[in-house]
Design a protein around this ligand. Sequence first.
Ligand code: GTP
Ligand code: MG
Length: 171
Amino acid sequence: MSAIRYLKFAVAGGHGAGKTTFIQAASDSLVVTSAGAYGRTDSSGDMDYATVTINSALVLSLFGTEKPCPEDFLWQILIEGMHGLIVLVDSTQPARFADARAALQILTFAPVPYLVAANKQDIPGAQSPETIRTALALDTTVKILPCVARTKDAVKAVVLELATPILETLK
Ligand SMILES: Nc1nc2c(ncn2[C@@H]2O[C@H](COP(=O)(O)OP(=O)(O)OP(=O)(O)O)[C@@H](O)[C@H]2O)c(=O)[nH]1
Ligand SMILES: [Mg+2]
């Protein structure tokens, strides 16, 4: 029997991109949120956390955060030993696509494998992953996957797309 692997991922993206929804859909437990640590009132929280049992061999910790916040101790805890980064984009809000660039700045603190999820693809008028790639000037080596964060299977597919190659490197 193979050992259980534990991976730690950040789920980042702008206000309303779907971070809490994504983590809740992936998780079998309730998402824990550190509400109000920065005194913000415009957000469902500053950092989300949940564990996700993908299968008998893989358990994930998912942390939701908007972008780097180096002065915050919770953020310091997040990047310690982080294995991967998922950046969510609200595909229906082209004016907010630049939020994803801010989230990608996390890579300057933790240079880990990452992918971009073009979220809210179920909403009419959502921009395609390739349109978002162009808008964010991401080259073709960056994975951009379509996503509906309200759907457990879609969320797990995104998570596995990032986890699978990371697990290969840990073998
Ligand atoms: N239709 C649809 N709605 C979504 C999807 N993902 C998120 N939403 C909705 O979008 C809104 C914002 O989602 P949240 O998960 O709260 O976004 P967030 O990134 O956690 O936002 P903040 O914590 O405020 O920064 C909520 O009303 C969600 O139900 C999706 O894939 N499809
Ligand atoms: Mg949230």
